[in-house]
Design a protein around this ligand. Structure first.
Ligand code: AMP
Ligand code: GLY
Length: 424
């Protein structure tokens, strides 16, 4: 079977790496892919939102399943595009249709969904510029810190948490009246601040049945001790040590099942991944966010912990047969540490030659932002460059291996966090 993965990051490399272990895979394509995915399959130079070119590639290469890595094409309706096209409608798309992708694409949609189905989440209200004054009054009633969320996709920058009431009001006005995040902040969700430790769970679902993938915790801030600006993610650990069987059961009963049931009750079809961003408050899971795709770098610890044939699970999803599927996991821990370009998540340079990757034998190197230059060298091509994943009997052993492997890798202005897992 021929498969196309859409995307170019570490997540897509990790999925490609896992799929190439399946006997059922014939040809793998990645659009646009990166330096490493070109060695596992064929990279296609097509942007993730270029549906017309994706269509051509799917027909030309007899692709049967398209797995969509990032959220943007999902929110833009790539799955709907396939369903509406006579030539494409029998090609399975792993990733929800536009309506369901609003679980990630609209904070307000997600909040209303959770309220309707009694899924635990922070209390909230949403505002537009027409009721800005009500927004100020709502902030007056809340205790700090104040959590403001742009409704739409804002490249991970749309959540602002402020200690000071005046700053929160200024931010609200900036988002609503000055369109700080463009259309994405024409509606703003203000919610109660929750204090607790975060982790993420992932499922693959066909809208009825689902399999739970390994859980993970990621580290989003650039600085050690979780300080400084937010990034796409600087490292991850799986499984999450504090998530014991009792807590995981609560997550399943109060969050995962009600979400899948809720989609069914609402008549919303869903084929793809659901990423549950959770926070533990008084030993209870509360949902911070939904994403309609896998996490990055979480996928780089999730895929290595799946023992089952992942293509079998994708085929079961395509055939609406996940109710009968099982998944076998690796008992070991996996950790990943992301190597980033100096300056990231602010301005950084690209095109630096990366050395030492070939000498790594105790870890798996996933490429996040790389390409190959005209001399055949692997060079940096993004803020997040490569991530180093290792196994261990526990997360500490795995992390030691990742950090030892990193010693061998070099590129100009390379930066990484030396404290992944510090809070566990
Ligand atoms: P989101 O994009 O909704 O996941 O929010 C980004 C980050 O902001 C989360 O990973 C949390 O660390 C933080 N956050 C979001 N909502 C809340 C909340 N209600 N209380 C505390 N922290 C939050
Ligand atoms: N690492 C967080 C995310 O993928 O959204």
């Amino acid at each position: 079977m021929n498969i196309l993965i859409i995307g170019s990051g570490g997540r897509e490399h990790a999925i490609a790496w896992k799929l190439t272990q399946s006997d059922k895979l014939e040809k793998l394509f990645i659009a646009p892919g990166n330096a490493a995915t070109s060695k596992l399959g064929t990279n296609l130079n097509i942007g993730v939102s270029d549906f017309a070119e994706i269509k051509k590639a799917v027909l030309e290469n007899k692709i049967k399943i398209v797995l969509v890595g990032p959220e943007v094409p999902l929110v833009e309706g790539i799955h709907d595009f396939f369903l509406a096209d006579n030539d494409l409608k029998n090609v399975a798309v792993i990733g929800p249709q536009k309506h369901a992708a609003q679980l990630e694409g609209s904070k307000e949609f997600a909040k209303k969904f959770m309220m309707r189905h009694n899924i635990p989440t922070a209390a909230y209200q949403s505002f537009t510029k027409n009721n800005l004054q009500d927004g100020f009054a709502f902030l007056d009633k809340l205790n700090p810190p104040y959590v403001l969320k742009a409704d739409g996709l804002a490249a991970g920058k749309g959540v602002v948490i402020l200690e000071n009431l005046k700053a929160a009001k200024d931010e609200l006005a900036d988002m609503l009246s000055n369109e700080k995040f463009g259309d994405a902040s024409s509606t703003v969700v203000i919610e109660e601040f929750l204090d607790g430790i975060e982790m993420s769970c992932f499922i693959l679902t066909d809208g009825k049945g689902y399999v739970s993938l390994p859980n993970a915790k990621d580290y989003k801030r650039i600085g050690e001790g979780d300080t400084g600006l937010n990034t796409g993610g600087m490292g991850a650990v799986s499984p999450v040590p504090f998530a014991d069987a009792e807590y995981l059961k609560k997550i399943e009963d109060r969050v995962i099942k009600p979400t899948v049931d809720g989609l069914q009750k609402d008549g919303i079809p869903y084929k793809g991944f659901i990423f549950f961003g959770l926070i533990r408050v008084n030993n209870e899971p509360m949902v911070i966010e939904y994403n309609c795709r896998m996490g990055d770098p979480e996928t780089e610890v999730v895929m290595p912990r799946i023992k089952s044939d992942f293509l079998d699970l994708l085929i079961a999803t395509a055939n609406d047969d996940l109710e009968n599927a099982t998944i076998e996991l690796d008992e070991r821990s996996a950790t990943t540490v992301m190597l980033v370009s100096g300056g990231y998540p602010e301005a950084y340079e690209k095109g630096k030659v990366i050395s030492g990757i070939e000498s790594i034998d105790d870890s798996i190197v996933f490429h996040a932002g790389t390409s190959i230059d005209k001399n055949g060298d692997t060079i940096t091509n993004g803020g997040r460059v490569i991530t180093v994943t290792s196994y261990g009997k526990d997360f500490k052993e795995a992390l030691t291996k990742s950090y030892d492997s990193i010693e061998k890798i070099k590129f100009d202005k390379m930066n990484y966090r030396k404290d992944i897992g510090f809070d566990l």
